[in-house]
Design a protein around this ligand. Structure first.
Ligand SMILES: [Fe+2]
Ligand SMILES: [Fe+2]
Length: 467
């Protein structure tokens, strides 16, 4: 069985780890069959599989049935003499084992990250039935199998470094279910339904992108196996973000084309997705994804940084003060009377929002690209990110209501206007009415433009999924 698991952790010589994984693997497959992509498990999908971490081994493309996918365990090679480069232990050698004093925190960090991976597979499991093309179907499944591999990456750490507790946590990762009322996934955005392909692209654009920043923060970690695991996960994550960003870009492009064809720019007559519905999905998924960063002012974040468990985005390159003991982060927050007042958050307690700032910058860049498409089409409508205060459930803004521009408003005003800002049942129903599957080679649904190129230099009309 272990020849089937590509790895660079010497699995064949690690009897204890083998035994633990031997028990876990059949449960993983059972979970995959039950909660993985429904209705496509016997199809041949043109997928990339990582069989090593070097450049010609990490992206091997071939047809594979998803249950036969070779989920592997990969860490980027250890950097010799790597030192902790931030926090209270700066300058000390990195840890190759879990220090007893941070065991609880590290376990929590790994479990929380690990839980998002199967959750997203569960959220996306029905989307194959409404795919706009074989190209998109293949991308969906690529994302799904790699989220499965990311689960393996976290389960490896639990099994290898956390003993019995780790084994129990690894089982629980297969037991919780996205959106389940008794045993939900840990984080809210991973319990939200992903109903249609616009939601899928918004999810991979905004929610997977939160994942990128969390992984990047963990790639700085003093716990070296975690840093090395997450670094390799980031190479795969890049494709998920590409799927989301270009997916929305292709919808915007198609909508712009249809607006030109319609005398009153009403694309619903022509089966397109109106820009204001796209904007509402952006509002929904951007705000839900900001919640994943945790509170703007957080003592946990300070502990994680001080201990060296979790750094900032590109800690070494982007920052010069790696202690963060002095200085503060200024943020306008609402007081008891509902007035925005400036608050100074001690820098270490403001790690979540610093990570979020890097994320928002990245999102802004994608928005500029989408707006270039509208500009080129000669349209005046522009998509925008809502204020970070808008529609929050976690953090300093969650106790008040705000417009997408960030203006504080009453609860009743928010409720009466939210149908302009967030998708309504009618919006969901309209979008889902467009979602009829296209399984013919080279064909594409009417509501989205074709991609500009295929996968792995294959043509766009390649048979990405053999049904
Ligand atoms: Fe992932
Ligand atoms: Fe992902």
């Amino acid at each position: 069985m272990f020849e089937k698991i590509p790895n660079n952790v010497n699995l064949s010589e690690n009897k204890r780890l083998q035994r633990a994984l031997e028990q876990w693997q059949p449960n993983f497959i059972r979970w995959w069959m039950e909660m993985g992509p429904e209705g496509f498990q016997q199809d041949e999908v043109y997928l990339r599989t990582a069989i090593s971490v070097d450049s010609n081994g990490w992206a091997q493309f071939d047809y594979v049935k998803m249950p036969d996918y070779r989920w592997g365990i990969f860490l980027v090679p250890a950097e010799p003499d790597r030192k902790i480069h931030f926090g209270d232990h700066i300058g000390e050698p990195v840890w190759n084992d879990v220090p007893g004093e941070f065991r609880k925190e590290l376990r929590r960090i790994i479990v929380t990250q690990g839980d998002t991976e199967p959750a997203s597979v569960e959220q996306q499991r029905l989307l194959g039935h409404t795919t706009p093309s074989l190209y998109d179907l293949r991308n969906l499944f690529q994302v799904n199998v790699e989220e499965g591999r990311h689960l393996w990456a976290m389960v490896y750490l639990l099994h290898q470094f956390f003993g019995r507790d780790g084994r129990e946590e690894a089982e629980d990762l297969l037991t919780r279910r996205s959106g389940h009322k008794d045993t939900p996934r840990i984080l809210e955005a991973f319990n939200k339904p992903v109903r249609d392909w616009l939601a899928f692209f918004a999810f991979t654009m905004f929610t997977d992108r939160d994942g990128k920043y969390q992984l990047a923060a963990l790639a700085e970690s003093a716990f070296d196996p975690l840093a090395r695991s997450t670094k390799f996960m980031l190479t795969e994550e890049a494709h998920h973000l590409f799927v989301g960003e270009t997916g929305i870009a292709r919808i915007v492009k198609r909508t712009a084309e249809l607006m030109k064809l319609s005398p009153n720019e009403d694309v619903t007559e022509l089966g397109g997705i109106p820009l204001d519905i796209i904007q509402k999905y952006i509002n929904e998924w951007f705000s839900a994804s900001l919640d994943l960063f945790g509170s703007e002012d957080s003592s946990n974040a300070a502990t994680f940084f001080g201990a060296g468990l979790k750094g900032r985005y590109r800690e070494a390159e982007r920052y010069s003060d790696h202690l963060a003991l002095e200085g503060s982060y200024k943020l306008e927050v609402p007081d008891e009377n509902g007035h925005l007042v400036e608050r100074s958050i001690p820098l270490r307690r403001a790690m979540n929002i610093q990570l979020q700032d890097a994320y928002i910058e990245d999102c802004e860049r994608a928005l500029r690209r989408w707006n270039e498409i509208l500009e080129k089409a000669g349209l005046s409508y522009r998509l925008k990110l809502p204020s970070q205060r808008f529609n929050r459930r976690i953090g300093v803004f969650s106790s008040h209501y705000f417009t997408p521009e960030g203006k504080i408003i009453s609860e009743s005003e928010f409720k009466s206007r939210s149908n302009q800002w967030l998708p309504t049942q009618e919006d969901y129903a309209y979008v889902s009415s467009l979602m009829t599957p296209v399984y013919e080679r080279g064909k594409i649904a009417n509501w989205i433009a074709p991609p500009t190129r295929g996968i792995n230099q294959k043509p766009i009309d390649f048979e990405y999924v053999r049904r």
